[in-house]
Every structure is written in C-alpha cells, then in structure tokens.
Design a protein around this ligand. Structure first.
Ligand SMILES: [Zn+2]
Length: 304
C-alpha cells in the first residue's frame, strides 16, 4: 500500500469508519485483507488503546484542525513502534487543516519514516491543497444511489423521508439520517419559506431570514445557495434534477419574481460568503447576511 492514502467521500458516508478499518488492517498481526479481530493488536485497537494508532480530527464540527495538532503527527511519525510493527496516523477531515497545518505536514507526507502509514479523509479534491493531494494515493468512495439511501434511512428512522433531504446531504446516508434526527429538515423548510416570502415584493421579513440563518449557522448559506441554483435551473428549463424536487412551487415563484442576472450574482456572493465565514470565525454573520439579502432589492429601495 502507498504510504499515504486519501479517502475521498462526503461527510456522513462512514468514511472515517472505513479509515479506521483500514488502520486496524494495517496494524493486525495476522494481516490479510481484513483485520482478524482476535490478535493482541486488534484487541488493543477495539479498546481504543492501540499505542501505534494516532488520530487527529477537528475538535468541533466545522472547526479547523490546529497547526499544533498537525505538528504532533510529525512527532508521532518519528517515534518507533511500541509493538514492533507498523504505525498508523489518521487525519480525519484533512480538509479542515488550515494552510499552515497543511504545510506543516507536507514533508512528512512525502517521505514518511519507514513503517509509518498515513490515512487521510476529505470531502473532495477541491477542498484540499494541491500539494497535499499530489502526495497521496487517492481512493474515491462512491456514495450509494438515492433510492438505496432513501430505503436505508427510512428503515433506520421508521418514517418516510423527502428526496430533498438526501440531495441536500450529497447522498450520504448517515448525514441524511442525522439531518432528519436533528430536525434540520424542518428548519431548512422554515428558512426556505421565509426566504421565498422575502423575495416577493415589497420584500418584507428580512429579519425572519436573518435570524433563521444566525441560529442555523453557516450551513444555512449552503442551503440558500442550493435553493437559488434550483431557481436558475428552473429559469433555464432544467427541471429534471433539482435539489428541492418536492418544493417546485417555491422554486417557480422565485424563478418568476427574480431576474436571472440577480440570481446568478447572488449565488456567487453567497458562496463567497460561505467560504469567508468558514475561514474566519470572528465575522459578524448578521451584518453580512443583511448586506447580501439587500442585493435582491433593486433600485433605490434598498433596506437601510
Ligand atoms: Zn488482528
């Protein structure tokens, strides 16, 4: 196996479980294509106390992996094995390493000491620095098809679910399940309703949209972006694959009320805003969203 494996899949596909399975396989004393589950190494791994397995990940969902944590990987890489075997260093959500963190690990990733295996997970190639990507062997994990995800999640939750919940979560089964369990599907719907109402003249209710965005955090910007992309598609006559396939009436009303030039400009801006807020936590979300929303109001009628 290449010394640095990069597992590519959206969050909520179980990619970290696969990464751990791979790590356990590398460390297993009876290593074959799967960990044996009975050797000393497998038992330590199952107990979460294997001294040659090191894992780093963001401390909180959506936060960056700090540069100090990345430097710790470099130190682990230099250590000798406690069990006279391989060492595995796993970086879960490697796309959460900031630029400084990513640069700190480059040299080790390129030429790791012998017996040292790296396993990285990430959303996509685009979310990583090219210098990291070029040093890894890339394994792309396919997500299951929509109907399969629908059946699987419905079985877990014992309720029917909407296709849009699946599409908003990039067909990732566990992410879709969590989306519904945490009531995000309901809040997503509330946000869309407030947003659609605001987009109709005379554009009232701006603070309903803002307060829903603030309470949901930056994921709400992704939702609004997907929604506007659907409206643009609708205007272009593409109705076959809309994320919000169960909300065509909402899409249609916005597609008719807002000119395509404004929609395109606003999608670009909300995507920029999303990236900015992901990078810098100290920004004033409220102010930025109000400013963005006023971009829908033409002429001199801007909300002050
Ligand atoms: Zn084993």
């Amino acid at each position: 196996m290449h010394h640095a494996i990069l597992l590519l899949a959206p969050k909520g596909t179980g990619r970290e479980v696969l990464g751990q399975q791979l790590a356990q396989t590398v460390l297993c004393n009876n290593c074959d294509s799967e960990p044996c589950g009975v050797c000393h190494s497998c038992k330590l791994f199952a107990a979460g106390t294997h001294p040659d397995f090191h894992l780093i990940q963001p401390e909180q969902e959506g936060k960056q992996i700090g540069v100090d944590a990345v430097r710790q990987c470099n130190r682990w890489a230099m250590e000798t094995s406690h069990l006279a075997g391989q060492r595995v260093i796993m970086i879960d959500c490697a796309d959460s390493m900031g630029e400084a963190g990513a640069n700190a690990i480059l040299k080790t990733l390129e030429e790791p000491p012998s017996g040292c295996q790296f396993i990285l997970t990430a959303q996509s190639l685009d979310s990583l620095l090219p210098t990291i990507v070029s040093r890894c062997n890339k394994w792309r994990i396919e997500t299951p098809d929509e109907q399969f995800v629908k059946q699987w999640v419905e079985k877990q939750l014992m309720q029917t679910i909407k296709i849009e919940s699946i599409r908003l979560n990039a067909c990732a089964p566990l992410a879709t399940q969590q989306f519904i369990e945490q009531g995000m599907d309901i809040r997503h719907n509330h946000l869309n309703e407030a947003f659609v109402a605001f987009l109709q003249p005379p554009h009232i209710g701006i603070y309903d949209v803002v307060s829903l965005c603030i309470s949901e955090g930056i994921v709400s910007m992704k939702w609004l972006s997907y929604f506007l992309v659907d409206c643009i598609k609708f205007q272009q006559g593409v109705t076959g694959y809309l994320t919000h396939s169960e909300s065509i009436d909402k899409i249609q009303s916005v597609a008719q009320a807002v000119p395509s030039t404004i929609l395109i400009q606003q999608v670009r801006k909300i995507n920029e805003l999303h990236r900015k807020l992901e990078k810098h936590s100290g920004l004033n979300i409220e102010l930025l969203i109000v400013e963005w929303l006023t971009g829908f109001i033409g002429g001199n009628n801007r909300v002050s």
